[in-house]
Design a protein around this ligand. Structure first.
Ligand code: NDP
Length: 250
């Protein structure tokens, strides 16, 4: 029996990267996992198969978070498979590396839509489905607290907004014993960072040098932090910003 046996979890953007790592970990901990994705159905199915291969249970749900009414679509899909939720991880996100002098309104709107508007409305429409004693984890970024990459400003701003959401929502849901926290990774090896890490000869080394631990993080390392917050052991941590940057802010 895992620590989440009998619980249902939903991880947005679980087809790839950090979300996949979180979904697999929560599945190993015994949760039945809703594997959300935007377009990459094959990758989402791979995540679900991996969870089932590890003895867990999973189903996939599709919702493009840039579409109007995305949150309602997501919950309609979810309701076809489950009748309530214990752990919600808002992980789906997109980056933006265009400096303020170059970024256009469409890119700015897209990054705010996926990274801020979607989690907000997923909660607005999902709070009723979340059972008392539940967990919400929002995946932020170390860039919300450092200007080391100012070309990522619009992206960093979305994570700052998400952190305020975590803080204030913890007060809204606290009376029901539901915790809400942000987990902030540093640079993690995913599709999102492929150009940064592999696009130049010294990309990996420069990224690793940012961390006090001298490395580039993995999805599994972020997933372990989320798993703690999702577990019984995390019940007294709420409204918090958890640094999972491997010491990149020191
Ligand atoms: P990836 O690019 O590897 O994966 C992104 C995931 O989000 C995919 O599952 C993708 O679905 C989903 N997604 C993206 N856009 C949409 C959309 N419009 N609608 C629905 N789903 C969508 O990202 P990472 O794993 O690197 O990042 C995950 C989270 O972690 C993000 O919030 C990111 O900001 C944050 N983060 C990442 C860091 C890193 O270094 N990688 C560092 C700090 C924070 P699909 O497969 O269908 O496209």
């Amino acid at each position: 029996m895992g620590v989440l046996t009998g619980r249902t979890a939903l991880v947005t953007g679980a087809s790839r990267g950090i979300g996949r790592g979180i979904a697999e970990r929560l599945g190993r901990d015994g949760a039945r996992v809703a594997v959300h994705y935007g377009t990459n159905e094959a990758a989402a199915k791979e995540t679900a198969v991996a969870i089932e291969a590890g003895g867990g249970s999973a189903f996939t749900i599709r919702a493009d978070l840039t579409a109007p009414g995305a949150a309602e679509t997501l919950w309609e899909e979810f309701d076809r498979h489950a009748d309530g939720l214990d752990v919600l991880v808002n992980n789906a996100g997109i980056g933006s590396t265009r400096p303020i002098g170059e970024i256009g309104e469409a890119e700015y709107d897209a990054v705010f839509t996926v990274n801020v508007k979607a989690p907000f409305f997923i909660l607005k429409h999902g709070m009723g489905r979340l059972r008392d004693g539940g967990r919400v984890v929002n995946i932020s970024s170390g860039l919300a607290r450092t200007a080391v990459m100012p070309d990522n400003m619009a992206y960093a701003m979305t994570k700052g907004a998400l952190d305020v959401f975590s803080r204030d929502l913890s007060k809204v849901l606290g009376a029901r014993g539901i915790t809400v926290n942000s987990v902030a990774p540093g640079i993690i090896d995913t599709d999102n960072t492929a150009e940064l890490l592999h696009g130049s000869a010294d990309g990996w080394e420069r990224a690793a040098a940012l961390s006090a631990l001298g490395g580039v993080g993995t999805a599994a390392e972020v997933a372990d932090v989320v798993a703690f917050l999702a577990s019984h052991g995390g019940r007294w941590v709420t409204g918090s910003w958890v640094d999972a940057t491997g010491g990149s802010l020191t």
